[in-house]
Design a protein around this ligand. Structure first.
Ligand code: XLS
Ligand code: NI
Ligand code: NI
Length: 441
């Protein structure tokens, strides 16, 4: 039993099946249903993000907050933070999600000094720990907010101000300790203001070297305290800076290789960030996955008509099917599906938080089923295998194994005179096949 009663009209959300018209029931997410040998719960590892769901006010650049949150007194007190944490666990339990994720400053208020902020965090962590133990809800990941406070205007691990870098290092140390204490399965670095607005005033080489050192210090400290959770970097191309260093999966992996960090980090891929980078979610997932670097996802969606990080809840089956096709291929644990998404500022009532998450969870559960059906029939794979068949030949294998050179290939083609004809790429057929599985699953 939760220790609060913030949502008195709402009982634990149950699976009622696709025919249900109960808006407070799951139609597709059936936690114990087996798909590809595992339960939906194990596949999807749903996570509620604390920042949007419990700290989002609905403020936008044109107006102040709109959210009605009767349990929150609006103050910055530790007491309010502790009470809010208890309410959050009531929400997690009623929604039946196994995980949550937070930034240090979401759960506990910033104090006047670092020491005071750390003490606040310790006090709230006591509540989080007790609530985790009581409810069984676990921490998917923790992170440090190093972008909201004005001190971070030039960045944190890439700032020009040594004191701010030092502050950021101390903050990450503490956030890692708290994540470790709460059994966090991952630790995320999203480079909030790690980037620049103007290259005129920026020593990019020096900033990136500092970032590399920062991550090495984090890796060392994790070893020191015995934290074995997965480190994740979350790519994003812009916002808040014009050019974020971790701009997409490829840029992150290039950075990790250059600074000898590949063994210690994977990526946390966010749908709306992929869009902002001019990629599809599938592209980003595949790019990370093929290099063994797919760690976790921040599930949300943008808006076709708006060019910024709108962080909407994902409801599009086509998108979730595509996402699940790649996640089933590479696996997700110890990552999860974290709803880094917020209700619109017009959806200000507490019940809207339930509608939003139920919709996202159902969309992913259905995407999981459709993707599994496609995979079971090898409906896409068989066409891909066929498309690359020429490479299965003796010569193809030799090239793939690095056993031939340009001269060998020249000799072969001089002999042959012209390359053999191409086969159709079958894009439209593949699109139709995906639609057929959407119809039938
Ligand atoms: C912002 C990011 C952020 C990270 C956590 O765009 O998505 O919310 O997920 O710092
Ligand atoms: Ni995110
Ligand atoms: Ni985002």
């Amino acid at each position: 039993m939760s220790t609060t009663n913030a949502f008195p009209e709402i009982n634990k959300i149950q699976y009622e099946g696709p025919g249900s018209d109960n808006p407070l029931a799951f139609r597709w997410y059936n936690p114990d249903e087996i798909v590809e040998g595992k339960t939906m719960k194990e596949h999807l590892r749903f996570t509620v993000c604390y920042w949007h769901t419990f700290r989002g006010t609905g403020a936008d650049p044109f107006g102040s907050g709109t959210m009605v949150r009767p349990w929150d007194d609006g103050s910055n007190s530790v007491e309010n933070a502790c009470n809010r944490a208890r309410v959050a666990f009531e929400f997690f339990e009623k929604l039946d999600v196994p995980y949550y994720a937070f930034h240090d400053r979401d759960v506990a208020p910033e104090g006047d000094t670092l020491r005071e902020s750390n003490a606040h965090l310790d006090a709230v962590a006591d509540v989080l720990e007790a609530e985790q133990n009581r409810s069984g809800v676990k921490l998917l990941w923790g992170t440090a907010n190093m972008f909201s406070h004005p001190r971070f205007m030039h960045g944190a691990a890439t700032t020009c101000n040594l004191d701010v870098y030092t502050y950021a290092a101390a903050q990450v140390k503490k956030a890692m300790e708290i994540t470790h204490r709460l059994g966090g399965e991952n630790y995320v670095f999203w480079g909030g203001r790690e980037g620049y607005q103007s290259i005129y005033n920026t020593d990019m080489k020096r900033e990136l070297d500092h970032l590399g050192q920062f991550f090495h210090m984090a890796v060392d400290y994790a070893k020191e305290i015995g934290f074995t959770g997965q480190f994740l970097i979350e790519p994003k191309p812009k916002e808040p800076t014009k050019h974020q260093y971790d701009s997409d999966a490829a840029a992150c992996l290039n950075f990790l290789r250059a600074y000898d960090l590949m063994d210690h980090f994977k990526l946390n891929i966010e749908t709306n960030h992929a869009t902002l980078a001019g990629h599809s979610m599938m592209h980003e997932l595949e790019y990370a996955g093929m290099q063994g670097a797919l760690g976790s996802i921040d599930a949300n969606t943008g808006d076709l008509l708006l060019g910024w990080d709108t962080d909407q809840f994902p409801t599009d089956y086509y998108l979730t099917t595509q996402t699940m096709l790649v996640l089933l291929k590479y696996g997700l644990a110890p990552g999860g599906v974290n709803f880094d998404a917020k209700v619109r500022r017009e959806s200000f009532e507490p019940v809207d938080l339930f509608y939003a998450h139920i919709g996202g969870m159902d969309a992913f559960a259905r995407g999981l089923k459709i993707a599994a059906a496609i995979r079971a029939d090898k409906a896409i794979d068989s066409i891909v295998t066929e498309r690359y068949q020429s490479w299965d030949s003796d010569l193809g294998q030799k090239i793939e194994n690095g056993q031939v050179g340009l001269a060998d290939l020249e000799a072969l083609m001089l002999e042959k005179g012209e390359a053999s004809g191409n086969k159709s790429g079958r894009q439209e057929l593949l699109e139709n096949i995906v639609n057929r599985y959407l119809d039938q699953t």
